[in-house]
Design a protein around this ligand. Sequence first.
Ligand code: S3P
Length: 169
Amino acid sequence: MKNLVLVGFMGSGKTVVGKLVAERLGMHFMDMDDEVERREGRKISEVFAQDGESYFRRLERVLTQELASQTDWVIATGGGIVLDPRNLDDFRKTSVIIGFGIHVDTVLQRVGHQTHRPLLEGGDKHKRVQKLLAQREPLYRAAGEYIDTNDRTIDEVVNKVVAAYQKNP
Ligand code: S3P
């Protein structure tokens, strides 16, 4: 079966939803951030602090190429996967891609208190989220079928993802 790739901003629910969808569809699940941490033997925040964002993007790129050459994965990507268009081009060959929509306030409600995302640390979080979201929203929207997660429960989003995948397995 094709992979099912979830893209969307930090806090949009890619990991939580992806795990449930994988159970429902009987597919393997991978969270790309977790896999990068496992391979590196350190946290994403340490990768950013010690080697910088561009190093992290290279790790993401390599993992994307590997996963895109396989099948049967439900994949929760990191929020920045859409920044390099080659990532979506690669995934598109073997995967159904689904984009998650989320508003600034919902992001802040869901992840505002967490501290493990380097891009949200320091300065005014609201401004940071607003800026990043403005740059990326069009990319998430154009990635594939698009699901607004703002006023939906996890179960509702899971159902929508499963339905979108089953239209195009
Ligand atoms: C990032 C999102 C994070 C993680 C890294 C960078 C981003 O993943 O990959 O901190 O650029 O949006 P989540 O979307 O899982 O938080």
